[in-house]
Write a protein that binds this ligand. Structure first.
Ligand code: GTP
Ligand code: MG
Length: 200
């Protein structure tokens, strides 16, 4: 039996981008439609098995509301990893994510593994395929099927994937898009971070 390798991971990002929801999906495989804002921070743990080792994540899920910003250094100070989350439907949350990345690169452990995560891709619904089919200049026949069903919530993408990916690449970050709601991409975030944690 292998002794788990403990890794402190901090989640950062603007309020309501889905930090707590991503952790809830990872730790309990659950989702809550109306999750309450985090006050201060929450602490959760989850193990992640890789081929050659077992990682135990000790996760600090911070509060995104501005009044809690000054607490963040306490949580990222000794962190080996961070997931900086934004909402793909909200441009301001991407700007906030970039400012968290800068703060981490200045103030956190110089070897910290940082993942940039665009969450809520389920909200894009069928809007993206509408854009694609319009771009190809198709007409009327297709427009009917491209309209989102009544009651389906869908929003426009506010942060282009290629732009976020290029920023992540030039800044040396891992990059993912996720949905805490459907679970898409969530396990990958933690597994890929785990693979990057140096064994010492
Ligand atoms: P703070 O704790 O205030 O910093 O917010 P947070 O980043 O932890 O956000 P939280 O997880 O509380 O989610 C905010 C709201 O967004 C909740 O109502 C969630 O149900 C919703 N939400 C989170 N992730 C997703 C997602 O992937 N898709 C959709 N559609 N909604 C989401
Ligand atoms: Mg929260």
């Amino acid at each position: 039996p292998q002794k788990p390798f403990q890794t402190k991971l901090v989640l950062l990002g603007e309020a309501a981008v889905g930090k707590s929801s991503v952790v809830l999906r990872f730790v309990q495989n659950d989702f809550q439609e109306n999750k309450e804002p985090t006050i201060g921070a929450a602490f959760l743990t989850q193990k992640c098995r890789l081929e050659d080792r077992l990682i135990k994540f000790e996760i600090w899920d911070t509060a995104g509301q501005e009044r809690f910003h000054s607490l963040a250094p306490m949580y990222y100070r000794n962190a080996q990893a961070s997931a900086v989350i934004y909402d793909v439907t909200k441009a301001s949350s991407f700007e906030k994510a970039k400012s968290w990345v800068k703060e981490l690169q200045r103030q956190a452990n110089p070897n910290i593994v940082i993942a940039l995560v665009g969450n809520k891709i389920d909200l894009l619904g069928r809007t993206e395929s509408v854009e694609e089919s319009t771009a190809q200049g198709e007409e009327d026949d297709e427009t009917a099927t491209a309209t989102p069903e009544a009651g389906a919530s869908s929003s426009l993408r506010a942060v282009p994937k290629d732009e976020a990916e290029a920023y992540a690449k030039e800044s040396g970050l891992l990059f993912f898009e996720t949905s805490a709601k459907t679970g898409e991409g969530v396990v990958e975030v933690f597994t890929e971070i785990a693979k990057k944690i140096p064994i010492d």
